[in-house]
Ligand binder design. Sequence first.
Ligand code: NAP
Length: 339
Amino acid sequence: MSDLVLLTGISGFIAKHVALDLLGAGYRVRGTVRSSAKADVVRETLKKAGGAVDRLEFFEADLIRGEGWDAAAAGCRFVVHTASPFPATQSRDKNALMPPARGGTLRVVKAAAKAGVGRIVLTSSVAAIYYGHSAKWRTRFSEADWSDVESSHISDYAMSKTESERAAWKAVEAGGPELVVVNPAFVLGPLLDRETGTSAELIRTMLKGRLPVVPDITLGIVDVRDVASAHLRAMTVPHAAGRRFILCGGSMSMMDIGRMIALADPSAGNRVPKLVLPDFLVRAAAIFNRQARAAVPELGRRKILATEAAEQALGIDFRPPRDAVAAMVRSLKELDLAN
Ligand code: NAP
């Protein structure tokens, strides 16, 4: 049986860790990149991190185009679909990310089915689970929940993750490859190279002292090393088929993230956030600022994410968020990205 895995978006923060784990477990990895110029960078990064890059190859494919996906999926036993835009800012148009996210996911699922792939692992997000629920009393969320795309508060990103995951489930309803979905919370942890991405940019901004005040927002956090393990297990654990798995190591307020950064790097102690913005100021800013508007429904909310499924079925023993923050700070410093 083929040991070839198609890993879409291999240049991404999460995907490079997934690639390392796949190579470490003896698989051959075919990574997709939008431009071949990225392939050399990824190869170098994975080689430096100890990956067996002789089992690594690259195919070019863009989620917004049809070309390349059939060829990329041909001969693969598994597909791990991580590629999707994860922008740091919100668009005014809530459908802005749908062509690469939903359209791209459908292209990947179709190509996988055509190639006779056995199982697809889709990187969805908690953004497909817990947004758009306005009732404040709603605190616990599980794999049974879906973000409400009809809500006026839904962001383009949450919309893209919810709709692409729904489309993937629908596409395999009538048969084809098995589907397993992982829904990570906000992913932190070590960077493998200087490509930061949205996750690292938040920590970097705090480290540099560019975020002196933060809103009263709490984030679920998961370490990228646990996210990578979860992808591998989602790919191989037989009874994972047909299920979603929330990935989260715990929650932390923005202020606490700042405190953790200062613990990991005492020299940043006077640069991390010092003050929680009063809610009324965030609400006032929301009148003219889209990012503030997106923050309003999250103010003061402490969402609890059910992680029993990932712990029990995938055997993930989640690292605490403080380890993920500390590891990300260490890597930013080592990569000379902290100043
Ligand atoms: P990232 O570093 O920005 O990686 C995104 C990847 O998607 C990159 O490889 C990017 O390719 C690729 N991509 C974007 N648009 C594409 C297109 N039109 N065609 C082909 N490839 C495209 O983000 P990440 O944090 O690793 O996220 C990876 C996945 O995890 C995404 O699906 C994201 O929604 C999900 N996720 C992330 C988090 C988090 O906190 N980081 C949490 C939950 C879920 P280029 O390098 O060419 O841009």
